[in-house]
Design a protein around this ligand. Structure first.
Ligand code: M6R
Length: 611
């Protein structure tokens, strides 16, 4: 979704703004712009398309020197991606950048039109600029408060007023915004990577708070207009973590980090005991859980599917996985004693936030599994378990998924310990096994040429099925999402046994299948399904384990599948950690071979902060 940056200090603001916007490109956008002070006037430059178009336009100007400004990357919601709809929007007195959606913009627009205002764009955001202008009588905080009273919806706003050429104002509700605290310079941004080059200190702006920022000072007002003290947080991510470091794409770099971050996520939570430090949830609460509901979107929801398999197996508690956007309007039966687990990389996904709030209304305990420190979801859950993936820049989530599932395993082990279903020794064995998976992950990464070769043979197809049973079926759901989101190939996941109930009619020589068969106990069933596909002309890439290949396929491999990838031998319970790696690589190489913009797929945004 849209990205916001703002800078006030000694440096040339357009350069800092562009730098920050580049770091926010991963959020997805279709136009960009900046507003900055020059000789005490507000100057706006904006452009449709990639940031480079904006940079070219900035460079057409005489040398700019400005020490205060705001910038924006826009992901179109209201009005097509165009120069006129790009942000900043403004009047003679001010300029704004906005992330979010103003739900009541139409009646407000009518009202402003009747007061003689003219609109240039089709955006909801321009309403904010003109509404502010209407209320502005030399007192920015008063005007912002008045505007906030009138608007409904979600917003993170950066604002500059012509009368205050050394100040940035900011306000937010339901859209992320942080304030970066530097030395003699300060920032606003939608996300931490935008400021990491300059500072790792930041403040999270809470709902309804207004910030007034100069190069030396950050003032925050609460909803009652009182100045308040805010905690200054320190990001542990280093600037390098948000760089490609020699990899052609962030996605590939992030896949190659998976072994290491698996260790980095598990280790802090195990010191001989699984040591989640819950503030609000007791062992007693956990003992009385009737059911667990997992909520999330996209990849995070798929991590929940793995969680369901593992928690049900280890803890004997029923688990239901909900798509957050469905859950928020559903009539799901929830008991007060149920536990809600919300999974989110960004911690800012609007649907997951809404679903979590709804869960809170039932009076259930909520735990969030989140990657971004201090993000919105962490502030509305009873307890938080952080994943330590570092910044994930590629829109396609890879490493975040891996550590989300790691937390599912740790939670399952912890709950089964509390319920006396597992011994300390067994927990220790399981943790040490999980840590040993780093080696197997790296072994697969070292064999990536093989996957590249498969991708070469498959990248011309327009349709694909992923099939599996049990855990493999849940892994396949994520594999299929990865492929479609970055390569634009239509793919679907099917429970292998379900194919013959309808979808097998689609199988032809042009409709290949990726079959995941890593469970020895279910392999023969999978084999029958694979035969059904082969006998209808479908090409099959089989992902299985070394042991299965040795024991069950021996000398007839070619008859069974057209291609086979063997995963290093892994206990089946832990197979998701290793089986997902070749599938992420497969999606990556397919997208590269098709010439797709891997890190920034069309129409997508990294964190989906609107409904
Ligand atoms: O930040 P979140 O984990 O809440 O994001 C949820 C989904 O939007 C996200 O996983 C999305 O599906 C990814 N693009 C998938 O790669």
């Amino acid at each position: 979704m849209c990205g916001i940056v703002g800078y006030v200090g000694e440096k040339n603001s357009p350069e800092v703004l562009i730098d920050g916007l580049k770091k926010l490109e991963y959020r997805g956008y279709d136009s960009a712009g900046i507003a900055f002070f020059e000789e005490n006037e507000i100057n706006i430059i904006k452009s449709r398309g990639k940031l480079q178009n904006l940079i070219n336009k900035i460079n057409e100007n005489k040398k700019i020197h400005s020490t205060c400004g705001i910038g924006h990357t826009r992901w179109a919601t209201h009005g097509e991606p165009s120069h006129i709809n790009s942000h900043p929007h403004g009047s003679k007195t001010l300029a704004i950048v906005h992330n979010g959606i103003i739900e009541n913009y139409l009646p407000l627009k009518e009202e402003l039109l009747s007061k003689g205002y003219n609109f240039l764009s089709q955006t909801d955001s321009e309403v904010l600029a003109l509404l502010l202008d209407y209320y502005y009588e030399k007192d920015p905080i008063f005007a912002v408060n008045k505007m906030v009273e009138k608007i409904k919806g979600s917003y993170a706003l950066g604002i500059i007023f012509r009368d205050y050429p050394e100040k940035i104002f900011a306000v937010k509700r339901d859209s992320p915004l942080i304030i970066g605290k530097g030395k003699g310079e300060n920032f606003i941004a939608s996300d931490i990577p935008a400021i990491l080059k300059y500072t790792n200190k930041y403040i999270i702006l809470e709902e309804g708070e207004i910030a007034e920022i100069t190069k030396e000072c950050i003032r925050i007002y609460n909803r009652d207009n009182q100045l308040i003290e805010k905690e200054i947080l320190t990001a542990t991510w280093d600037e390098n973590a948000a760089e490609k470091n020699g990899f052609p794409h962030f996605m590939l770099k992030e896949i190659y980090e998976e072994g290491e971050i698996l260790r980095k996520t598990i280790s802090p939570y195990y010191d001989g005991n699984i040591n989640f430090k819950f503030q609000n949830i007791t062992d007693e609460n956990i003992n009385s859980i009737k059911k667990i509901h997992i909520i999330g979107c996209g990849t995070a929801m798929h991590a929940g599917l793995i969680g369901k398999n593992i928690i049900e197996k280890l803890c004997k508690i029923p688990v239901e996985v909900h798509i957050a956007s469905e859950f928020r309007y559903s009539e799901t039966v929830i008991d007060k004693q149920d536990l809600i687990l919300a999974i989110s990389q960004s911690g800012e996904t609007a649907d997951t936030i809404a679903a979590l709030k709804k869960a809170g209304d039932y009076g259930c305990r909520t735990i969030a599994v989140v990657n971004v420190l201090g993000s919105s979801i962490t502030r509305i859950s009873d307890d938080v378990i952080y994943t330590f993936a570092g910044p994930e820049i590629s829109v396609a989530s890879t490493k975040a998924y891996l550590v989300q599932i790691a937390i599912m395993y740790l939670l399952a082990l912890k709950i089964s310990e509390i319920k006396n279903l597992i011994s300390e020794n067994e927990i220790a064995e399981n943790i040490s096994y999980m840590l040993s998976l780093e080696k197997k992950i790296n072994q697969i990464l070292n064999n990536s040429d093989k996957i590249k070769h498969f991708a070469y043979d498959f990248h011309g197809y327009e349709n694909l099925f992923y099939i599996g049973r049990g855990l493999d079926y849940s892994i396949a759901a994520e594999a299929s999402l990865k492929l479609k989101e970055i390569s634009y190939i239509h793919s679907e996941t099917y429970a292998a046994g379900e194919l013959k109930h309808g979808a097998i009619s689609l199988i032809t020589k042009d409709f290949p299948v990726i079959a995941l068969a890593t469970d020895e106990n279910l392999f023969d069933k999978m084999l029958s399904n694979i035969k059904e596909i082969k006998s209808r002309g479908g090409k099959v890439l089989l992902i299985t384990t070394e042991n299965i290949a040795k024991e069950k396929l021996s000398d007839r491999k070619e008859d069974i599948a057209d291609y086979i990838f063997q995963i290093p031998e892994t206990k089946h319970l832990f197979i998701p950690f290793v089986a997902i790696i070749p599938l992420q690589l497969f999606a990556y190489y397919m997208a590269v071979l098709r010439g797709c913009d891997v890190d920034k797929p069309r129409n997508l945004a990294k964190s989906v902060t609107v409904e």
